[in-house]
Design a binder for this molecule. Structure first.
Ligand code: TYD
Length: 198
């Protein structure tokens, strides 16, 4: 089982990914929890370049995220799935389609195609999208902002719209959850949806 969590910055997806990992592990399942950008040594270096450097051209940004992802799939995700482990990943292809394809205006289809090539077509079995009002991003984020988190509310509104479009288009894979609800309730819903679907 390959599960991803998606949403705006501050949506609580990292918390949900951790809760799911802990629950599966407690049941004795072999589970690998990982994140993007990052998840490998090269990926963490790319993460640093893309989030903590100066200006990055939009296509350079899309390609760096895709490069990190290609490494991540080859080194971590595919081997884990092949040995029968479950993989829980905080962000994946949908993040690039929403942020670079939608919000940066590179085109959702073009960025999807680029990423499908980078990951050899490997897509998650289930994706949980945590939605909330983009106007609340600022208040949900702390004071320590990376390069992307410094974007304005219009940027986040475009990311949210792109995520909605993805959820409509891939409605079998993507489960939309209300990110304003308490974390423990969301965790129950995530777990239930996975057990139903498996
Ligand atoms: P994330 O790790 O979720 O943020 P943090 O751990 O700092 O809370 O993601 C880092 C940023 O990178 C976030 O603003 C979203 C952005 N991002 C993209 O724009 N495209 C991508 O493909 C990915 C994976 C992340």
């Amino acid at each position: 089982m390959f599960v991803t969590f998606e949403g705006l910055d501050g949506s609580g997806k990292t918390t949900q990914a951790a809760l799911l990992r802990a629950r599966l592990a407690a049941e004795g399942e072999s589970v690998v929890a990982t994140r993007e950008p990052g998840g490998t040594e090269l990926g963490e270096r790319i993460r640093d370049l893309v989030l903590h450097g100066g200006h990055v051209a939009p296509w350079a940004e899309a390609l760096l995220y895709a490069a990190s992802r290609a490494q991540h799939v080859e080194e971590v995700i595919r081997p884990a799935l092949e040995r029968g482990a479950s993989v829980v990943c905080d962000r994946y292809v949908d993040s690039s389609v929403a942020y670079q394809g939608g919000a940066r205006g590179l085109g959702m289809n073009r960025v999807l195609e680029l990423n499908l090539a980078a990951v050899g077509g490997l897509m998650p079995h289930r994706t949980f999208l945590l939605v909330f009002d983009p106007a609340a991003v600022r208040t949900r984020l702390g004071s320590d902002h990376d390069r992307i988190e410094r974007e304005d509310v219009d940027f986040y509104a475009r990311v949210a719209a792109a995520y909605r479009e993805l959820a409509d288009r891939f409605s079998k894979r993507i489960v939309v959850l209300d990110g304003a609800r308490p974390a423990h309730e969301l965790a129950e819903e995530v777990y239930g949806a996975l057990r139903e679907g498996s």
